[in-house]
Structures are given as structure tokens and as C-alpha cells.
Design a protein around this ligand. Structure first.
Ligand code: UT7
Length: 331
């Protein structure tokens, strides 16, 4: 094995469905209002995949774009990690479907289940593989088709979610750049706060539980909200401390897009200007594992994240889990 070296994101890509579902559309489906959704969540519209599409379709589109921008071929990849809980099928992994579509047979591929924290959890794994010299080019994807697990009769959740994918290629970078620090965590006492009860080994899908939408997301919104407000700011502070930096050093925070009030809580608690938080919440809703890479790619393309910037990614969600990463942007 070679010496420890830094790892960083060297390219990104993302993909969104064409179909837009607006708050006005939702007003026709459940007892809600555009006013409630905007003021309570910050979401105006979200993208929804077409019938027959799967998670892997968007993962592959995002991956192809990231490869093209990096001027790499699929065969250059040493590993594929996909963060999702809405994979095409329970078996095989979405990562293997992506590998098959890209045509890089032989490349190891696996999925990570850490809900909305999944992309940053996966980056942490890529970081270790690159630092230790095991691999040189790792494709990390955060993808979710939440529309497939949304209970469209539950106004407490159906107004929140959307579909999409973001992909990053991680490789060795100059010392002092790339991924500098991580803060990962989980609090399993909160397993019931955000879950899909049926469809696993404990409660297989039956006609009866399908009628009760037990194969769809169930969330104790308030409980998750309180958890998110706390861990989001704590995780940002932890990655700063580990990197020997302060909030003054941050150029951009890319928070998981769950609720604008959760993002505002970090703005207030950390005393950072709101312009230092970039989110796609208004246009995409909550896309779970995809929200951070989708927003990060958009911010990079818009020139809001530039080479040399200190960027903090922070996610939280089912598990309950959280994950943050501080990086010096490399391109
Ligand atoms: O990505 C994973 C992490 N997920 C999150 O971070 C989500 C965290 N949670 C949240 O964002 C918020 O809890 C929600 C936006 C989901 C809900 O906001 P809340 O302030 O916790 O509201 P609530 O669930 O306590 O509901 C308040 C009221 C209730 O009515 P009553 O009982 O006061 O009459 C709800 O029935 O709002 C009602 N309500 C709605 N009204 C109109 C709930 N959903 C809706 C709706 N439209 N869509």
C-alpha cells in the first residue's frame, strides 16, 4: 500500500426527472395549501420520476455526466458506492445495476443504507479507500426515488419529498485539499421516528398491510425536526473543530434539504450569513440521499463553490443518522 494521501471530489454530475409536481398540484390531491407548504417547509415544487423508471436510471445519468466532466471512462473506476433506500429492487444492489449499465464489469459495487446521511457516509468510505491507497477512482452516488415510497394520501409527508440523483468522483488530491474532516453518527433510539414498516424481513408485504400503506414512509415529523436542528449544527461545529477551523473560515454549507426552518436554525445558531447556505429545497423538495450531491453540483456549476473554498456538507435523517464533511474544494 502507498502512503496516506488526501482524497477529494474531482468531478460531479446530477440528474432530475422532467416532471414537476407543484404545491398547486398537491392541493388537488390532499387537504393542504401552497401557503402551508411554503411557510412550514420552504418547498414550492419537486421532481417526480415517470412510471416504470427506477433509481438506477437517474444514478446512471448522473454518473455518466460526472465521468464525462472528469474525462474518465467507466473502466477507470475502481469502486462504485450508491447511497439509497429506494433502490430499483431489494436484490441486487442499485450499485450493481449502475455498474452493469456503465459496462465496467469487475468493478466492485455496493449500496449504503444511511438514509439522508447516505451520501456523506459514502464519501467517508471513499475517503478511507483513497487515503489508504487501495483505490484511485471511486464513484459515489446519492440517489432516491422517494415518490415510490410516498404515501400520497398522507399530507404530513407527501408534500415533502422528491426524486433525483447526484454523483461524485473521488480521487487522490494535493495534501491539505479535498476532504479534511468528517463527523458521522447514529442514534438508534430513534429507529421508529422515520421508517418504512413493511417490505423487509420483519414484516413482509401482504395484501392487508399494502392497503394500510405500510410499505410507504411513516415519519414522526416533530421528533425528526428536533433531532435535525440539534445534530445539524453540532455536526458542523465538530467538523470545524476537527479541522482546526472556525465558522469564519466557511465559504459554503450544503445542508440536507429537508425543511427551510431546519436550515434557518443553523444559520441562527452558528451566526453565519444565509448566503453561506446553498439549498435546492424550493425546487426539489427533500430528495434524501440525493439532496446534498444535487445541491453541491448545482452550486459548483453556478460558480457558488469554487476551487479553494472551504465547504461543509451536512446531512441527517432516518436511523436516526447524521453526517458532515468539511472539504477544501479542488476544482
Ligand atoms: O430528510 C429526513 C429528515 N426529515 C425531516 O427533517 C423532516 C422534519 N420534520 C419536519 O420538517 C416537520 O415536522 C413537518 C414539516 C413534517 C411538519 O411540521 P410541524 O411543524 O412538525 O407540524 P405538525 O406535524 O406538528 O403539524 C402541525 C399542523 C397539524 O394540524 P393540527 O393538529 O395543529 O390541527 C397537522 O395536521 O399542521 C397540519 N399539517 C398540515 N396542514 C396542511 C400537517 N401537514 C400538513 C399539510 N398541509 N401538508
Amino acid at each position: 500500500m502507498s502512503e496516506l494521501r488526501n482524497a477529494g471530489i474531482i468531478s460531479m454530475g446530477s440528474a432530475l426527472p422532467d416532471r414537476v409536481l407543484t404545491n398547486a398540484d398537491l392541493e388537488k390531491m390532499v387537504d393542504t395549501s401552497d401557503e402551508w407548504i411554503r411557510s412550514m417547509t420552504g418547498v414550492r415544487e419537486r421532481r417526480i420520476a415517470a412510471e416504470g423508471e427506477g433509481c438506477s436510471d437517474y444514478a446512471v445519468k448522473a454518473a455518466r455526466l460526472a465521468l464525462e466532466r472528469a474525462k474518465l471512462e467507466p473502466d477507470d473506476l475502481d469502486l462504485i458506492i450508491v447511497a439509497t433506500f429506494t433502490g430499483d429492487q431489494q436484490l441486487p444492489s442499485t450499485a450493481c445495476l449502475v455498474q452493469s449499465a456503465l459496462g465496467c464489469v469487475g468493478t466492485p459495487a455496493f449500496d449504503v443504507a444511511a438514509a439522508c446521511s447516505g451520501f456523506v457516509y459514502s464519501l467517508a468510505m471513499a475517503d478511507v479507500f483513497i487515503r489508504s491507497g487501495v483505490y484511485n477512482r471511486i464513484l459515489v452516488i446519492g440517489v432516491e426515488l422517494l415518490s415510490s415510497v410516498t404515501n400520497w394520501t398522507d399530507r404530513g409527508t407527501c408534500v415533502l419529498f422528491g426524486d433525483g440523483a447526484g454523483a461524485a468522483i473521488v480521487g487522490p488530491v494535493e495534501s491539505g485539499t479535498g476532504m479534511i474532516s468528517f463527523d458521522l453518527g447514529a442514534d438508534g433510539t430513534g429507529v421508529d421516528a422515520l421508517k418504512i414498516p413493511a417490505g423487509g424481513s420483519k414484516m413482509p408485504v401482504t395484501h392487508e398491510n399494502l392497503d394500510e400503506h405500510a410499505n410507504k414512509v411513516v415519519m414522526a415529523g416533530r421528533e425528526v425536526f428536533k433531532f435535525a436542528v440539534k445534530v445539524q449544527s453540532d455536526a458542523i461545529e465538530h467538523v470545524l473543530t476537527k479541522a482546526g477551523l472556525t465558522t469564519d473560515d466557511i465559504d459554503m454549507v450544503i445542508p440536507h434539504a429537508a425543511n427551510i426552518r431546519i436550515i434557518d436554525s443553523a444559520v441562527n445558531r452558528l451566526g453565519l450569513p444565509p448566503e453561506k447556505f446553498f439549498t435546492n429545497l424550493e425546487k426539489c423538495g427533500n430528495t434524501s440521499a440525493a439532496s446534498i450531491p444535487l445541491a453541491l453540483d448545482e452550486a459548483v456549476q453556478a460558480g457558488k463553490v469554487k476551487k479553494g473554498d472551504t465547504v461543509v456538507l451536512v446531512g441527517f435523517g432516518g436511523g436516526l443518522t447524521w453526517a458532515a464533511s468539511l472539504m477544501k474544494w479542488v476544482y
